[in-house]
Design a protein around this ligand. Structure first.
Ligand SMILES: O=C(O)C[C@H](O)C(=O)O
Length: 440
């Protein structure tokens, strides 16, 4: 039995083919919906050995004349579909020698429109006209919260969730769409099964991969997640050569470096999310200790997203006063230690999976800073450019973010012991990245 999804219908549409399904195959409701929109026939495979094609085989998409004598299990006549920007149903005409056109941007399923999602361009967003597309790969908890926060900000025309479990991605997209009136946003949200179906992105967030379980370190995920992140990053670069990639998958330092290598994108457009999360944790934990309101604390988490995390206390203050004046050194170091172990603390409490509220919110913060071209300085995992005496290693540093990713790495006036800790983190990250390169 094979499950046919919307991606299969899209592929059949591209080839002008009938989608031929075996007697035991399942066609998802979204695929049927898509077939109706695109005028693709879904027909039974003829009996015989060819009736049950192997998954992914091109044979299953072979063009069959529309008046084929094959028994049709569903024929859904509709007006011929014309994709945006195309001059014919089979693609735009172009002069010989000109560049290939970008992949078609497909309209989202009409099902979402009928269920009340706003149409693009019909309703201005709060920000005065939402534009662009954010693609979140991995519709797990972190992807879900990232999409929620991005939707609530109402700055994107479209957010697309991508997951190998297309139904989950589509279900979360629809569920989130149902909050449009509550959140006051006009962003359209889709859920699809592949990066290619999502269409070209301005920002692509990679959350796909396994989460750790109690007793595991983030590094235990390296080989399984490297395969996923490498594949996804390559697909994003091919589908969206102008995108900025934000990596969230663990182990974060290695995965950001790996996504950069696999995508071939310039380093300013491949960034890891960890410092915003670790900084937010430090501030919250300091607030729990009564030092100040969390949002009035200044601090920054640098280095590695792990044991070699560096939280320079020289940079930690509240209301212009160093935190070291409000708390004794032992108390402050206890907060730093708890911050470093926060991911594991949540994993231990959840007993299955890892944190998602703070990671998803932190990821959205970074994307929003970029799409708004805010120029905010945020700790991010970036390729060191010589600042802090570091080069050619992805490590958490303060970075000024703009529309096109990292505008610059900002140098803080760190104490010598803090700088040493940063160099020690870089050494450790380098060793882990080298170990990954040796097995990948
Ligand atoms: O710690 C994890 O496993 C997930 C994430 O990196 C976190 O810090 O919460």
């Amino acid at each position: 039995m094979r499950v046919w999804g919307a991606a299969d219908v899209d592929a059949a549409a591209d080839e002008g083919a009938t989608l031929r399904v075996g007697p035991d195959d399942l066609v998802t409701p979204l695929a049927r919906e898509r077939a109706r929109e695109l005028g693709v026939e879904i027909a039974a495979s003829p009996p015989g050995p060819a009736a049950a094609p192997a998954e992914g085989s091109p044979a299953v998409r072979a063009a069959v004349p529309r008046d084929s004598a094959a028994r049709r299990v569903e024929v859904t006549p509709s007006a011929p579909h014309r994709r945006p920007g195309s001059s014919t149903a089979s693609g735009p005409a172009r002069a010989p020698g000109t560049e290939a056109p970008p992949p078609p941007v497909r309209p989202p399923s009409g099902a979402l429109y009928r269920r009340g999602a706003p149409l693009p361009g019909t309703v201005p967003g709060r920000s005065g006209g939402a534009t662009g597309r954010a693609v979140v790969v991995g519709a797990g908890h972190v992807g879900m919260i990232t999409a929620l926060r991005l939707a609530d900000a109402d700055v994107f025309a479209e957010i697309v969730l991508v997951d190998v479990d297309e139904g989950r991605a589509a279900g979360i997209a629809l569920d989130l769409t149902h909050t449009a009136a509550l959140g006051g946003f006009t962003t359209r949200i889709r859920g699809v099964g592949t990066v290619e179906e999502a269409g070209p992105a301005d920002y692509a967030v990679i959350t796909a991969g396994k989460a750790r379980q109690p007793g595991m370190s983030r590094s235990d995920l390296v080989s399984v997640n490297a395969a996923i992140v490498g594949d996804v990053a390559g697909r994003i670069a091919r589908t969206s050569p102008g995108a900025v990639i934000v990596v969230v998958t663990n182990p974060l330092d290695e995965m950001t470096h790996h996504a950069w290598k696999s995508s071939g994108l310039p380093p300013e457009r491949v960034i890891g999310m960890a410092g915003v999360l670790d900084t937010a944790r430090f501030k919250s934990l300091a607030a729990l200790e009564g030092l100040a309101r969390a949002d009035r604390i200044e601090a920054v988490a640098l280095g590695s997203h792990g044991d070699a995390m560096v939280i320079p206390l020289s940079q930690a203050s509240a209301g212009g006063r160093p935190l070291s004046e409000s708390a004794d050194p032992a108390g402050l170091h206890a907060i730093v230690d708890r911050t470093r172990a926060s991911g594991a603390e949540v994993v231990g409490l959840l007993r299955s999976g890892s944190a998602f509220m703070a990671p998803g919110t932190s990821t959205a913060r970074m994307v929003l800073a970029m799409v708004r071209d805010s120029g905010e300085v945020m700790p991010a995992t970036v390729l060191a450019d010589g600042s802090y005496g570091l080069r050619d290693v992805y490590i958490g540093l303060p970075a000024r973010l703009g529309r096109g990713g990292v505008r610059e790495i900002v140098e803080l006036d760190l104490r010598p012991d803090e700088l040493d800790a940063l160099h020690a983190a870089a050494k450790e990250i380098r060793e882990r990245v080298d170990a990954l390169a040796a097995v990948a």
